[in-house]
Design a protein around this ligand. Structure first.
Ligand SMILES: [Zn+2]
Length: 459
Protein backbone atom coordinates (compact mmCIF):
# COMPACT_ATOMS: atom_id res chain seq x y z
CA UNK A 1 0.00 0.00 0.00
CA UNK A 2 1.17 3.49 -0.74
CA UNK A 3 1.84 5.64 2.24
CA UNK A 4 2.82 9.29 2.40
CA UNK A 5 6.56 9.46 2.98
CA UNK A 6 6.17 11.41 6.22
CA UNK A 7 4.36 8.41 7.73
CA UNK A 8 6.97 5.99 6.59
CA UNK A 9 9.73 7.87 8.42
CA UNK A 10 10.17 6.26 11.79
CA UNK A 11 10.29 8.53 14.83
CA UNK A 12 13.54 8.77 16.69
CA UNK A 13 13.55 8.46 20.43
CA UNK A 14 15.88 9.58 23.20
CA UNK A 15 17.35 6.88 25.41
CA UNK A 16 19.48 6.85 28.53
CA UNK A 17 21.43 3.62 28.94
CA UNK A 18 23.06 2.89 32.32
CA UNK A 19 25.61 0.10 32.82
CA UNK A 20 27.39 -0.86 36.02
CA UNK A 21 29.44 -3.52 37.68
CA UNK A 22 30.76 -5.36 34.67
CA UNK A 23 34.34 -5.15 35.83
CA UNK A 24 36.29 -7.02 38.41
CA UNK A 25 39.85 -7.29 39.61
CA UNK A 26 40.47 -10.05 37.08
CA UNK A 27 40.46 -7.87 34.02
CA UNK A 28 37.33 -6.25 32.60
CA UNK A 29 36.58 -2.57 32.83
CA UNK A 30 33.11 -1.08 32.35
CA UNK A 31 34.53 1.85 30.41
CA UNK A 32 35.95 -0.57 27.82
CA UNK A 33 32.65 -2.38 27.47
CA UNK A 34 31.02 1.02 26.95
CA UNK A 35 33.65 1.88 24.35
CA UNK A 36 32.82 -1.31 22.45
CA UNK A 37 29.09 -0.61 22.77
CA UNK A 38 29.50 2.95 21.42
CA UNK A 39 31.53 1.57 18.54
CA UNK A 40 28.66 -0.76 17.63
CA UNK A 41 25.93 1.87 18.09
CA UNK A 42 27.66 4.52 16.02
CA UNK A 43 27.70 2.10 13.09
CA UNK A 44 23.91 1.95 13.19
CA UNK A 45 22.15 4.42 10.95
CA UNK A 46 20.25 7.31 12.51
CA UNK A 47 21.89 6.90 15.89
CA UNK A 48 23.81 9.71 17.55
CA UNK A 49 24.98 10.41 21.04
CA UNK A 50 23.53 13.59 22.54
CA UNK A 51 26.24 13.77 25.22
CA UNK A 52 29.70 12.38 25.72
CA UNK A 53 29.46 8.98 27.39
CA UNK A 54 29.12 9.74 31.12
CA UNK A 55 31.50 8.19 33.62
CA UNK A 56 29.71 8.59 36.95
CA UNK A 57 31.58 7.71 40.12
CA UNK A 58 29.27 6.76 42.99
CA UNK A 59 29.81 6.75 46.77
CA UNK A 60 33.40 5.52 47.13
CA UNK A 61 32.92 4.50 50.76
CA UNK A 62 30.92 1.37 50.02
CA UNK A 63 33.09 -1.68 50.70
CA UNK A 64 31.48 -4.04 48.18
CA UNK A 65 31.87 -1.63 45.27
CA UNK A 66 33.77 -2.70 42.17
CA UNK A 67 37.22 -1.17 41.82
CA UNK A 68 36.19 2.42 41.23
CA UNK A 69 32.42 2.23 41.75
CA UNK A 70 31.80 3.62 38.29
CA UNK A 71 28.56 3.71 36.40
CA UNK A 72 28.61 4.34 32.64
CA UNK A 73 25.79 6.11 30.83
CA UNK A 74 25.05 6.65 27.15
CA UNK A 75 22.49 9.28 26.23
CA UNK A 76 21.46 8.98 22.61
CA UNK A 77 18.90 9.65 19.96
CA UNK A 78 18.07 6.79 17.63
CA UNK A 79 15.53 5.31 15.32
CA UNK A 80 16.28 1.90 16.76
CA UNK A 81 13.46 0.48 18.85
CA UNK A 82 13.88 0.05 22.56
CA UNK A 83 13.82 -3.73 22.07
CA UNK A 84 16.63 -3.62 19.52
CA UNK A 85 18.70 -1.32 21.71
CA UNK A 86 18.12 -3.57 24.71
CA UNK A 87 19.18 -6.63 22.72
CA UNK A 88 22.40 -4.98 21.50
CA UNK A 89 23.35 -3.84 25.03
CA UNK A 90 22.58 -7.25 26.52
CA UNK A 91 24.75 -9.03 23.99
CA UNK A 92 27.67 -6.68 24.66
CA UNK A 93 27.34 -7.30 28.41
CA UNK A 94 27.24 -11.06 27.86
CA UNK A 95 30.30 -10.84 25.70
CA UNK A 96 32.42 -8.73 28.06
CA UNK A 97 31.10 -9.09 31.63
CA UNK A 98 32.25 -12.66 31.87
CA UNK A 99 33.87 -12.56 35.30
CA UNK A 100 32.15 -14.62 37.99
CA UNK A 101 32.35 -11.52 40.18
CA UNK A 102 30.72 -9.13 37.71
CA UNK A 103 27.19 -8.59 39.05
CA UNK A 104 26.37 -6.54 36.00
CA UNK A 105 23.36 -4.29 35.66
CA UNK A 106 21.82 -2.66 32.58
CA UNK A 107 18.98 -0.13 32.66
CA UNK A 108 17.38 1.76 29.78
CA UNK A 109 15.13 4.76 30.16
CA UNK A 110 13.28 6.10 27.15
CA UNK A 111 12.47 9.81 27.12
CA UNK A 112 14.10 13.22 27.12
CA UNK A 113 13.42 14.03 30.77
CA UNK A 114 14.89 11.76 33.43
CA UNK A 115 12.14 11.27 36.09
CA UNK A 116 12.57 13.06 39.46
CA UNK A 117 12.44 9.76 41.32
CA UNK A 118 15.47 8.53 39.39
CA UNK A 119 17.31 11.81 40.02
CA UNK A 120 16.59 11.55 43.76
CA UNK A 121 17.77 7.95 43.86
CA UNK A 122 20.93 9.02 42.08
CA UNK A 123 21.63 11.83 44.58
CA UNK A 124 21.43 9.29 47.40
CA UNK A 125 23.81 6.93 45.59
CA UNK A 126 26.52 9.61 45.75
CA UNK A 127 26.83 9.47 49.53
CA UNK A 128 24.84 6.60 50.97
CA UNK A 129 23.96 2.95 50.35
CA UNK A 130 21.04 2.41 47.98
CA UNK A 131 19.28 -0.95 47.87
CA UNK A 132 18.64 -3.19 44.92
CA UNK A 133 15.01 -3.54 46.03
CA UNK A 134 14.54 0.23 45.86
CA UNK A 135 16.24 0.39 42.45
CA UNK A 136 13.96 -2.33 41.10
CA UNK A 137 10.86 -0.68 42.48
CA UNK A 138 11.73 2.65 40.82
CA UNK A 139 12.56 0.97 37.50
CA UNK A 140 9.17 -0.79 37.55
CA UNK A 141 7.26 2.40 38.40
CA UNK A 142 9.05 4.49 35.80
CA UNK A 143 8.88 1.83 33.08
CA UNK A 144 12.61 1.26 32.53
CA UNK A 145 13.88 -1.85 30.78
CA UNK A 146 16.49 -3.58 32.88
CA UNK A 147 18.61 -6.65 33.01
CA UNK A 148 21.14 -8.03 35.48
CA UNK A 149 23.67 -10.80 35.75
CA UNK A 150 24.38 -12.97 38.81
CA UNK A 151 23.57 -10.97 41.98
CA UNK A 152 22.43 -8.05 39.78
CA UNK A 153 23.86 -5.50 42.24
CA UNK A 154 24.97 -3.42 39.25
CA UNK A 155 21.35 -2.37 38.68
CA UNK A 156 21.74 0.09 41.55
CA UNK A 157 24.62 1.87 39.81
CA UNK A 158 23.02 1.60 36.35
CA UNK A 159 19.93 3.45 37.58
CA UNK A 160 21.94 5.92 39.68
CA UNK A 161 24.09 6.76 36.66
CA UNK A 162 21.07 7.57 34.51
CA UNK A 163 19.85 9.99 37.19
CA UNK A 164 23.08 11.99 37.32
CA UNK A 165 23.16 14.21 34.24
CA UNK A 166 26.22 16.11 35.55
CA UNK A 167 24.33 19.36 35.72
CA UNK A 168 26.67 21.22 38.04
CA UNK A 169 30.42 20.63 38.11
CA UNK A 170 32.01 18.09 35.77
CA UNK A 171 35.30 17.12 34.17
CA UNK A 172 36.46 15.02 31.22
CA UNK A 173 38.64 11.95 30.87
CA UNK A 174 40.17 10.55 27.72
CA UNK A 175 40.64 6.82 28.23
CA UNK A 176 42.88 4.98 25.79
CA UNK A 177 42.73 1.19 25.41
CA UNK A 178 45.37 -1.32 24.46
CA UNK A 179 45.31 -4.01 21.79
CA UNK A 180 47.03 -6.69 23.76
CA UNK A 181 46.54 -6.88 27.52
CA UNK A 182 49.48 -9.20 28.04
CA UNK A 183 51.91 -6.59 26.72
CA UNK A 184 53.31 -4.43 29.53
CA UNK A 185 52.39 -0.74 29.47
CA UNK A 186 55.46 1.24 28.57
CA UNK A 187 55.53 4.98 28.46
CA UNK A 188 58.46 7.28 28.96
CA UNK A 189 58.03 9.01 32.30
CA UNK A 190 59.76 12.19 31.17
CA UNK A 191 57.14 12.64 28.42
CA UNK A 192 54.34 12.36 30.96
CA UNK A 193 56.04 14.86 33.25
CA UNK A 194 56.45 17.24 30.30
CA UNK A 195 52.84 16.82 29.23
CA UNK A 196 51.67 17.41 32.81
CA UNK A 197 53.72 20.59 33.10
CA UNK A 198 52.50 21.92 29.73
CA UNK A 199 48.81 21.20 30.21
CA UNK A 200 48.04 22.00 33.86
CA UNK A 201 45.65 23.37 35.11
CA UNK A 202 43.58 22.20 32.14
CA UNK A 203 44.53 18.64 33.04
CA UNK A 204 44.79 17.27 36.57
CA UNK A 205 46.18 14.27 38.47
CA UNK A 206 48.49 13.12 35.69
CA UNK A 207 51.62 13.12 37.79
CA UNK A 208 52.26 13.31 41.54
CA UNK A 209 55.31 15.51 41.80
CA UNK A 210 55.81 15.06 45.55
CA UNK A 211 55.92 11.31 45.37
CA UNK A 212 57.33 11.13 41.81
CA UNK A 213 54.51 8.92 40.69
CA UNK A 214 52.76 8.66 37.30
CA UNK A 215 48.99 8.63 37.80
CA UNK A 216 47.63 8.22 34.26
CA UNK A 217 48.55 4.58 33.89
CA UNK A 218 46.85 1.72 35.78
CA UNK A 219 48.76 -1.40 36.76
CA UNK A 220 46.07 -4.06 36.55
CA UNK A 221 45.28 -6.60 33.83
CA UNK A 222 42.44 -4.47 32.36
CA UNK A 223 42.39 -3.08 28.79
CA UNK A 224 43.03 0.52 29.87
CA UNK A 225 46.29 1.86 28.50
CA UNK A 226 46.00 5.27 30.13
CA UNK A 227 43.51 7.91 31.22
CA UNK A 228 43.97 11.69 31.12
CA UNK A 229 41.69 13.90 33.19
CA UNK A 230 40.99 17.52 32.52
CA UNK A 231 38.64 20.48 32.36
CA UNK A 232 37.69 20.33 28.67
CA UNK A 233 37.49 17.70 25.91
CA UNK A 234 40.06 19.69 23.97
CA UNK A 235 42.50 19.75 26.87
CA UNK A 236 42.49 15.98 27.39
CA UNK A 237 42.73 15.37 23.65
CA UNK A 238 45.70 17.69 23.22
CA UNK A 239 47.45 16.23 26.26
CA UNK A 240 46.94 12.78 24.76
CA UNK A 241 48.40 13.85 21.43
CA UNK A 242 51.57 14.94 23.21
CA UNK A 243 52.12 11.31 24.19
CA UNK A 244 51.79 9.91 20.66
CA UNK A 245 52.96 7.63 19.18
CA UNK A 246 51.85 5.02 21.70
CA UNK A 247 52.80 1.40 21.60
CA UNK A 248 49.90 -1.14 21.68
CA UNK A 249 47.19 1.54 21.25
CA UNK A 250 43.77 0.19 20.24
CA UNK A 251 41.73 3.39 20.39
CA UNK A 252 40.30 5.93 22.81
CA UNK A 253 37.12 7.67 23.90
CA UNK A 254 36.41 10.87 25.82
CA UNK A 255 34.03 10.68 28.79
CA UNK A 256 32.25 13.44 30.70
CA UNK A 257 32.48 12.75 34.41
CA UNK A 258 32.02 13.81 38.02
CA UNK A 259 35.59 12.73 38.75
CA UNK A 260 37.53 15.40 40.58
CA UNK A 261 34.39 17.27 41.65
CA UNK A 262 34.02 16.10 45.27
CA UNK A 263 30.34 15.44 44.56
CA UNK A 264 30.13 12.70 47.22
CA UNK A 265 31.03 15.17 49.98
CA UNK A 266 28.16 17.63 49.45
CA UNK A 267 26.04 15.77 52.00
CA UNK A 268 25.98 16.96 55.65
CA UNK A 269 26.89 14.18 58.06
CA UNK A 270 24.79 13.85 61.23
CA UNK A 271 26.99 12.99 64.21
CA UNK A 272 24.02 11.99 66.38
CA UNK A 273 23.53 8.88 64.25
CA UNK A 274 26.36 8.50 61.74
CA UNK A 275 25.55 5.70 59.31
CA UNK A 276 28.27 3.32 58.20
CA UNK A 277 29.45 3.81 54.58
CA UNK A 278 28.00 7.29 54.19
CA UNK A 279 30.12 10.11 52.79
CA UNK A 280 29.84 13.80 53.54
CA UNK A 281 31.11 16.79 55.44
CA UNK A 282 30.62 18.11 58.97
CA UNK A 283 31.72 21.04 61.14
CA UNK A 284 32.91 20.65 64.70
CA UNK A 285 35.50 21.30 67.36
CA UNK A 286 38.64 19.24 67.88
CA UNK A 287 37.87 17.52 71.19
CA UNK A 288 40.96 15.35 71.65
CA UNK A 289 44.55 16.09 70.76
CA UNK A 290 45.61 14.34 67.53
CA UNK A 291 47.90 11.37 68.15
CA UNK A 292 49.89 8.95 66.00
CA UNK A 293 49.09 5.28 66.45
CA UNK A 294 50.42 1.98 65.21
CA UNK A 295 50.98 1.94 61.46
CA UNK A 296 51.44 5.71 61.33
CA UNK A 297 47.72 6.49 61.35
CA UNK A 298 46.65 9.74 63.01
CA UNK A 299 43.49 9.98 65.12
CA UNK A 300 41.56 12.70 66.95
CA UNK A 301 37.99 13.31 68.06
CA UNK A 302 35.59 15.85 66.59
CA UNK A 303 32.57 17.14 68.49
CA UNK A 304 29.56 19.29 67.70
CA UNK A 305 26.04 19.78 69.18
CA UNK A 306 24.94 16.48 67.64
CA UNK A 307 27.68 14.22 68.93
CA UNK A 308 31.28 13.17 68.75
CA UNK A 309 33.22 10.95 66.33
CA UNK A 310 36.81 9.74 66.04
CA UNK A 311 38.46 10.95 62.84
CA UNK A 312 41.36 9.21 61.12
CA UNK A 313 44.02 10.21 58.60
CA UNK A 314 45.50 6.90 57.52
CA UNK A 315 49.12 6.30 56.66
CA UNK A 316 48.67 6.37 52.83
CA UNK A 317 47.41 9.96 53.02
CA UNK A 318 51.07 10.97 53.46
CA UNK A 319 51.92 14.52 54.49
CA UNK A 320 48.25 15.23 55.13
CA UNK A 321 48.81 13.54 58.50
CA UNK A 322 51.24 16.30 59.49
CA UNK A 323 48.49 18.87 58.92
CA UNK A 324 46.08 16.82 61.01
CA UNK A 325 48.71 16.49 63.76
CA UNK A 326 48.98 20.29 63.85
CA UNK A 327 45.39 20.63 65.08
CA UNK A 328 44.82 21.70 68.71
CA UNK A 329 42.04 21.17 71.16
CA UNK A 330 39.31 23.69 70.50
CA UNK A 331 40.08 24.32 66.83
CA UNK A 332 36.92 24.77 64.81
CA UNK A 333 37.19 22.83 61.57
CA UNK A 334 35.24 21.48 58.62
CA UNK A 335 36.10 17.92 57.70
CA UNK A 336 34.81 15.50 55.07
CA UNK A 337 35.14 11.82 54.35
CA UNK A 338 33.46 8.46 54.73
CA UNK A 339 32.15 6.69 57.83
CA UNK A 340 33.87 3.40 58.43
CA UNK A 341 31.79 0.63 59.94
CA UNK A 342 32.36 -0.11 63.63
CA UNK A 343 34.12 -3.35 64.57
CA UNK A 344 34.18 -5.23 67.90
CA UNK A 345 37.40 -3.32 68.64
CA UNK A 346 36.68 0.11 67.16
CA UNK A 347 33.74 2.51 67.04
CA UNK A 348 32.63 4.13 63.79
CA UNK A 349 35.41 6.31 62.43
CA UNK A 350 35.34 9.19 59.98
CA UNK A 351 38.01 8.49 57.38
CA UNK A 352 39.22 11.98 56.46
CA UNK A 353 39.29 13.18 52.84
CA UNK A 354 39.94 16.84 53.67
CA UNK A 355 40.27 19.31 56.55
CA UNK A 356 39.53 23.05 56.48
CA UNK A 357 40.50 24.96 59.65
CA UNK A 358 37.72 27.54 60.24
CA UNK A 359 38.89 29.10 63.50
CA UNK A 360 42.20 28.17 65.02
CA UNK A 361 42.69 28.66 68.75
CA UNK A 362 45.60 30.76 69.95
CA UNK A 363 48.19 28.55 71.48
CA UNK A 364 50.44 29.98 74.19
CA UNK A 365 53.68 28.74 75.60
CA UNK A 366 54.74 29.79 79.14
CA UNK A 367 58.35 30.45 80.04
CA UNK A 368 60.09 31.49 83.27
CA UNK A 369 60.87 35.23 83.42
CA UNK A 370 64.29 36.82 82.92
CA UNK A 371 66.04 38.44 85.86
CA UNK A 372 65.79 42.27 85.75
CA UNK A 373 69.27 42.52 87.36
CA UNK A 374 71.42 40.17 85.28
CA UNK A 375 69.06 38.82 82.55
CA UNK A 376 69.62 35.30 83.88
CA UNK A 377 66.74 32.82 84.01
CA UNK A 378 64.56 32.92 87.13
CA UNK A 379 62.73 29.96 88.57
CA UNK A 380 59.53 29.73 90.56
CA UNK A 381 59.70 29.68 94.34
CA UNK A 382 56.38 27.88 94.53
CA UNK A 383 52.80 28.92 94.05
CA UNK A 384 52.39 32.67 94.65
CA UNK A 385 55.91 32.80 96.13
CA UNK A 386 57.43 34.72 93.26
CA UNK A 387 60.65 33.95 91.40
CA UNK A 388 64.32 33.77 92.21
CA UNK A 389 67.22 34.23 89.82
CA UNK A 390 69.42 31.16 89.40
CA UNK A 391 72.44 33.33 88.62
CA UNK A 392 72.47 36.23 91.08
CA UNK A 393 69.87 35.17 93.62
CA UNK A 394 67.62 38.20 93.04
CA UNK A 395 64.07 37.54 94.34
CA UNK A 396 60.87 39.16 93.27
CA UNK A 397 57.13 38.64 93.71
CA UNK A 398 56.25 41.17 91.06
CA UNK A 399 57.52 39.26 88.05
CA UNK A 400 55.41 36.61 86.36
CA UNK A 401 55.77 33.94 83.70
CA UNK A 402 56.28 35.03 80.10
CA UNK A 403 53.57 34.04 77.69
CA UNK A 404 54.52 33.69 74.05
CA UNK A 405 52.18 32.85 71.25
CA UNK A 406 53.10 29.72 69.33
CA UNK A 407 52.86 30.18 65.61
CA UNK A 408 50.24 27.81 64.17
CA UNK A 409 51.29 25.60 61.27
CA UNK A 410 47.81 25.74 59.72
CA UNK A 411 45.99 28.57 57.96
CA UNK A 412 42.32 29.37 58.45
CA UNK A 413 40.02 28.70 55.48
CA UNK A 414 42.70 26.76 53.67
CA UNK A 415 41.91 23.34 52.29
CA UNK A 416 44.15 20.46 53.34
CA UNK A 417 43.99 17.31 51.22
CA UNK A 418 45.70 13.90 51.35
CA UNK A 419 48.67 13.38 49.01
CA UNK A 420 47.69 12.99 45.34
CA UNK A 421 48.46 9.27 45.34
CA UNK A 422 45.79 8.77 48.01
CA UNK A 423 43.10 10.71 46.13
CA UNK A 424 39.89 8.98 45.24
CA UNK A 425 38.43 9.34 41.75
CA UNK A 426 35.96 11.86 43.16
CA UNK A 427 38.45 13.88 45.20
CA UNK A 428 38.46 17.48 44.04
CA UNK A 429 42.14 18.37 43.66
CA UNK A 430 43.43 21.69 45.01
CA UNK A 431 44.16 23.05 41.56
CA UNK A 432 40.49 22.69 40.59
CA UNK A 433 39.43 25.02 43.43
CA UNK A 434 41.92 27.58 42.17
CA UNK A 435 41.00 27.03 38.53
CA UNK A 436 37.33 27.42 39.44
CA UNK A 437 37.99 30.77 41.13
CA UNK A 438 39.85 32.13 38.14
CA UNK A 439 37.40 30.83 35.56
CA UNK A 440 34.08 31.12 37.42
CA UNK A 441 33.24 27.47 37.13
CA UNK A 442 32.73 25.65 33.88
CA UNK A 443 31.56 28.60 31.83
CA UNK A 444 34.42 28.26 29.38
CA UNK A 445 33.85 24.57 28.92
CA UNK A 446 32.06 22.95 26.02
CA UNK A 447 28.50 22.28 27.07
CA UNK A 448 26.82 18.94 26.89
CA UNK A 449 26.19 17.83 23.35
CA UNK A 450 28.92 19.90 21.74
CA UNK A 451 31.25 17.27 20.42
CA UNK A 452 34.87 17.70 19.67
CA UNK A 453 35.94 16.24 16.36
CA UNK A 454 37.52 12.83 16.88
CA UNK A 455 36.28 12.44 20.45
CA UNK A 456 36.43 8.70 19.79
CA UNK A 457 38.96 6.62 17.93
CA UNK A 458 37.71 3.14 17.23
CA UNK A 459 39.80 0.16 16.36
ZN1 LIG B 1 69.95 37.71 88.29
Amino acid sequence: MNQPSSNRKSRSGIFHIGIDDTDSSDGMCTTFLTYKLVEILLRKSMTRLIDYPNLIRLNPNIPWKTRGNASLVLRLETELSRQTLFRICKSVIHRYATSERANAGLAIFEGAEVPDRVVEFSKGAMFTVQSLTEARSIMEKEGLSYYGLRAKQGLVGALAGIGNELKSDYTFELIAYRKNCSVRRTLDKSRIIGMDRDTRPLTFNCYDEENDRVLIMPHGPDPVLLGIRGETPRAVKEAFQMLLPLNNLLGYMIFRSNQGTGEHLQNELDLSSPKAYTSGKVNGIVSSLPRVEKGGHVYFNLRNEQGEIPCAAYEPTGKFRMNVLSLYLGDEIEVAGGIRKNTPKHPKILNLEYVIPLKLVSHWKEQNPKCPQCMGTMSSEGRNQGFQCKECGFKSKSVSKLKTRVERQLTEDRLYLPDLKAHRHLTKPLQRYIYEKSNSGNSAIARRGEFLENWILTS
